[in-house]
Design a protein around this ligand. Structure first.
Ligand SMILES: NCc1[nH]cc(CCC(=O)O)c1CC(=O)O
Length: 314
């Protein structure tokens, strides 16, 4: 089955947030579709949508609350037909989509690791006793507090430029940013180095771009199938299968990473108390065909090993 392709008079509308990274990702999806279907740039229109999470910058995310802080308005536009596809950082996506929407197209995954960013300190291990570190990520804060209880953590929000300025102003001596975002923006040099997953297990789906569509739009389904990366899909199925069973949200300190080894899948997971006083880790190996089940299975194990009261968010 083939369908009429978009053209300049009737462009395919690509919805995105307005941050530099989000815009880069939307342009990347356009580049992939242009290449797959030999289409000109103006067969696509990039539509920037304002989202709640980007408009409130003075509060920690967990205080603004609610799932889908960075996605709600974009998904509404997709349902209403104001846009035809929506581009997301998969790390920020809930495991369940609204009725009528499907999220099953992923571009090849970037570097999954966190980057260590500091104007003065060479690496995580070189942070002096009691150093002030900035992060607004509950996961990174909990992982740091666990390994380095001496460090002082301060909230750090905003885009890369804002965070770099805060470091220069001495608000903190170091912070963490996903290598994926830095690489995409050509800013890898601001990181002193990437942190091995053994030292800081990344967020579920870190480094992956997803494209969401209307379930009823068969033409878009057909077009997105041409740019979907299978291995990334399998890895995310395992990680997000775990996340779904853990009832995770962006308020939850959960880490997870699946890698493909030969024709198998290796999944690692970690759940933490938000104050970093305890962490439970586990791993599973299995076939790529049962990726989501592997994730759910690991989640069951972690849940079973968590003492009463571990889940402060429940
Ligand atoms: N929560 C914000 C967010 N969502 C995705 C990325 C980075 C890019 C990615 O992981 O794909 C970031 C910023 C960061 O953690 O440094």
């Amino acid at each position: 089955m083939t369908y009429p392709l978009p053209h300049p008079a009737q462009p395919l509308k690509i919805g995105t947030r307005g941050s530099p990274l989000a815009l880069w990702q939307a342009h990347e999806v356009r580049r992939c579709l242009m290449a797959a279907f030999a289409l000109p740039e103006d067969a696509f229109e990039i539509v920037v949508i304002k989202v709640t999470g980007d408009q409130i910058l003075d509060k920690p995310l967990k205080e603004i609350g609610g799932k889908g802080l960075f996605t709600r308005e974009i998904e509404e536009a997709l349902i209403d037909g104001g846009i035809d596809i929506a581009v997301h950082s998969m790390k920020d996506m809930p495991t369940v989509q609204p009725d009528g929407l499907i999220l099953d197209c992923f571009l090849p995954r970037e570097d999954v690791r966190d980057g260590f960013v500091s104007p003065t300190v060479a690496s995580l291990a070189d942070l002096p006793q009691g150093a002030v570190v900035g992060s607004s990520s509950l996961r990174r804060r909990a992982q740091l507090a666990l390994r380095r209880p001496d460090l002082r953590l301060v909230e750090f929000r905003g885009n890369v430029q804002t965070r770099m300025r805060k470091l220069e102003d001495g608000v903190a001596v170091a912070t963490f940013l996903a290598m994926a975002g830095l690489n995409r923006l050509g800013m890898a040099h601001v990181a002193r180095g990437a942190i091995a997953p053994e030292e800081m297990l990344p967020a579920v789906a870190q480094g992956a771009i997803g494209v969401e569509r209307r379930a009823a739009d068969a033409r878009v389904e057909w077009m997105l199938a041409a740019i979907h990366d299978g291995p990334t899909g399998v890895r995310l199925a395992a990680e997000r299968g775990m996340l779904a069973r853990l009832d995770g949200s962006c308020e939850t300190p959960i880490a997870g990473l699946a890698v493909i080894e030969g024709n198998g899948l290796w999944l690692r997971g970690e759940i933490l108390r938000p104050d970093g006083s305890e962490s439970i880790t586990g791993e599973r190996r299995g076939g790529v065909a049962d990726a989501a089940a592997l994730g759910r299975d690991l989640a069951e194990e972690l849940l079973g090993r968590a003492p009463a009261g571990f889940f402060s968010w429940r």
